[in-house]
Design a protein around this ligand. Structure first.
Ligand code: NDP
Length: 443
């Protein structure tokens, strides 16, 4: 009998399996796809590379204002796709090797929980004192007429060529990131969102700012509507929206959220309670309604972010297997949308702060960075917003949109974690000329 069976080798499952094995526990890891999960194989890693790859076209345009000239640049989708796929495979293999080096037993297959201490995979039974479910999530596919003609982010990563036109359905992280990548590579992009603005849940001004930047870059946003049907004729798809808009396109991507991947686990039979969308219900120790079975990461449907799943895994292993406390603070989670320009944020939005705190003040800045001074039409303004609370003006939110915003917010997260105030910013020596000197001289 193993000390621990981990079902799902994504960010949370791998972190838990490796930490438990490093602490001397015997671990069985079950996975029905590549080792690394969504983040490594179909999410963060290939997305971030596509984000970087796609920047060049815009940078090349800016460069022409800086004296450079290019012969028509040519982008080879197939070549980069193949290099990227090799890189992802190498990461999958690296994760697998690390597990093997730690003595983790890896079984390929789909696990079905057979009892409170056993699972069945490929017809075999594996027993463990504890079972940890880290099966992650999968893309929602809305059942509209022609829904089967649509792709999701999963298929995007293996498209054989860059389509000339793409309709993206949804206004969340995935929709916004894919829209930006495809637009930057030269595809015509139509975004269909049911709200009036993209990125519900982000600060209202940041949402508007980014939406305006998207429009500037030629992304067509069809707001306050949704897709009613998709039809195929020859090699084209015809998308009809509920407001009557008709769009002809080569590809449609549904990016309308993700749901926990728990269907095949046999939760009902073994008494693991789930919510209506299949999320596993847990207590504060990540324990399900079956005491020896635990769950964390995207399949509990709380915060669907890789660093959060990893932190939960470390916290859980230390708490339950090592009997030690791994302190994690989930109140300040930095997050970024890898769009062009990037949008990154930490802490409360203005609306959240005003609804939950007293004496809130807000400082907002929009400006053109010096590096864009020589360009004519291609201005890239920067958005910066500080949310302050109380007489000592504690910083409770920072919202930023500019190239490199994710890196900047990660650094500011350390200061936020330490509870900085506006005074601390005022006392910080500016670095000139830089974008972020504006943050420490804002008044
Ligand atoms: P999100 O929840 O971010 O966005 C889903 C989008 O689909 C929203 O715009 C939502 O609209 C819309 N939608 C949902 N249901 C319907 C419907 N029935 N009809 C029309 N529109 C609908 O999900 P994503 O799939 O984009 O991403 C999943 C999660 O993955 C994210 O929440 C995030 O946690 C994580 N992620 C993180 C990334 C990062 O850190 N950079 C990158 C990618 C993903 P509405 O707002 O009205 O609900």
């Amino acid at each position: 009998m193993f000390d621990l069976i981990v079902i799902g080798a994504g960010s949370g499952g791998l972190a838990a399996a490796k930490r438990a094995a490093s602490a001397g526990k015997s671990v069985a890891l079950i996975e029905n796809d590549s080792i690394g999960g969504t983040c490594v194989t179909y999410g963060c890693v290939p997305k971030k590379l596509w984000h970087a790859i796609s920047q060049f076209r815009h940078q090349a345009t800016i460069a022409t204002h800086h004296g450079w000239s290019f012969n028509a640049p040519n982008f080879n989708w197939a070549a980069v796709q193949s290099r990227l796929s090799d890189y992802v495979t190498s990461l999958n293999q690296r994760h697998e090797q690390k597990c093997l080096d730690l003595g983790i037993q890896i079984t390929r297959g789909t696990a079905r929980i057979a009892s409170s201490t056993s699972i069945e995979v490929n017809g075999d039974i594996i027993q463990g004192q504890r079972i940890l479910i880290t099966v992650g999530g999968k893309a929602v596919r809305l059942p509209i007429p022609g829904g089967d003609l649509c792709d999701t982010s999963y298929e995007f990563f293996s498209w054989p060529h860059l389509p000339p036109s793409v309709v993206i359905w949804g206004g969340g992280y995935i929709a916004i990131e894919l829209a930006s990548i495809l637009n930057a590579l030269g595809a015509t992009v139509d975004l269909v969102i049911r709200q009036d603005k993209i990125l519900r849940g982000f600060d209202e001004d940041l949402r508007q700012f980014l939406q305006d930047r998207y429009a500037d870059r030629g992304i067509r946003i069809h707001d306050k509507t949704t897709i009613a049907s998709v039809k195929k004729a020859a090699n084209q798809l015809t998308v009809t929206c509920e407001n009557g808009t008709v769009i002809t396109t080569e590809k449609v991507i549904q990016a309308v959220g993700r749901v926990p991947c728990t269907d095949s686990l046999n939760c009902d039979e073994v008494g693991i309670q789930t919510t209506q969308n299949g999320a596993i219900i847990i207590n504060e120790q990540y324990q399900t309604s079956v005491p020896s079975i635990f769950a964390l990461g995207d399949c509990i449907d709380q915060v669907q972010l890789t660093p959060v799943a990893i932190a939960q895994a470390r916290e859980w292993v230390d708490l339950v297997l090592v009997n030690k406390k791994f302190p994690v603070d989930y109140t300040l989670i930095p997050t970024a949308v890898f769009s062009h320009p990037e949008a990154a944020t930490i802490g409360k939005t203005e609306a959240e702060a005003k609804a939950t705190l007293k004496n809130v003040s807000v400082k907002t800045l929009k400006f053109n960075p010096m590096t864009m001074a020589l360009t004519e039409q291609h201005k890239e303004p920067i958005f910066m917003k500080l949310i302050l609370e109380g007489d000592d003006e504690k910083v409770v939110g920072i919202h930023l949109s500019c190239d490199g915003a994710a890196e900047i917010i990660q650094s500011l997260a350390i200061a936020m974690q330490k509870g900085i105030t506006k005074d601390d910013l005022d006392l910080t020596m500016a670095l000139h000329p830089s974008i972020m000197e504006e943050l420490v001289t804002i008044y």
